[in-house]
Ligand binder design. Structure first.
Ligand code: SF4
Length: 246
């Protein structure tokens, strides 16, 4: 008889299957066109999804064609995206991205990314000013349906707790590791359901381990008597009341 090691990382295929039961099968459909997705992801940095939606809508309403952003002053672009915060950083970054695309390609069409190997497409995107692995993965996954895994705060946290990655590994460096855990056809599914789980159950604080579908295989589960192989800083808190000092 084999005994499960309590500190082993969770089996990613089991996690994938369990989360699919819980949150359903996610069918890929294109979320936005590639350049829209790229600019949307730049706008999403350090702000909420709802705020990003409003900011993107404001930018598109002021500048319906991306070429017009290139002809606008940084102040005009910053004004159009001020809702999302950090507008004085993001406005010149958006402009620099558009200019770099045009300088390299002669136009603003990113359709070619689908026709080259994914590693090359990722390398091309991350060579753009201010574009990191997460932004590149968002474009590849959401616009082209390619098996790139964006590691946002939820995917990063849940992956650490499940033991998929080392605790101190940065989100940027975690991309290729988490991406390789499942079949390429399941990367989209895995991404969406890990986020869902991070939002609904495995919260940054007060993770609901007692009711979590993964608590028997998760090395960080607070329902496990043995202390998990995760440092206290990264371990979810329990809802046990704190002792009062008298
Ligand atoms: S909620 Fe608890 S058991 Fe579930 S994945 Fe998060 S840390 Fe693990």
């Amino acid at each position: 008889m084999t005994t499960k090691r309590k500190h082993s990382p969770a089996d990613p295929h089991r996690v994938l299957a369990d989360l699919r039961i819980l949150y359903g099968h996610q069918k890929w459909t294109q979320r936005r066109k590639p350049l829209d997705e790229l600019i949307y992801t730049v706008l999403s940095q350090h702000t909420s999804d709802a705020n990003t939606d409003r900011t993107f809508a404001s930018l598109k309403s002021r500048f319906p064609a991306w070429r017009t952003v290139q002809n606008a002053s940084p102040e005009e672009v910053a004004e159009a995206i001020k809702l999302g915060g950090l507008s004085r950083v993001k406005a010149p970054r958006i402009r620099a991205i558009l200019d770099a695309i045009e300088a390299d390609r002669g136009d603003l069409d990113l359709g070619f990314l689908e026709r080259i190997p994914m590693t090359e497409a990722r390398g091309w995107l991350t060579a753009l000013p201010g574009v990191g692995p997460k932004t590149a993965a968002c474009v590849l996954l959401f616009s082209f349906g390619l098996p790139a895994m964006p590691v946002d705060t939820h995917v990063h946290r849940v992956s650490k707790r499940l033991g998929f990655i080392a605790e101190k590994l940065s989100a940027d460096k975690a991309h290729p590791i988490i991406e390789s855990l499942v079949d390429p056809n399941d990367v989209y599914q895995f991404h969406i359901n890990l986020i869902e789980h991070g939002r609904k159950v495995c919260h940054a604080r007060r993770a609901a381990c007692a009711t979590c579908i993964l608590n028997e295989i998760c090395p960080s589960s607070t329902t496990n008597a043995a202390s998990p192989a995760v440092s206290p800083a990264n371990r979810p808190l329990t809802d046990a009341p704190k002792k009062r000092s008298i």
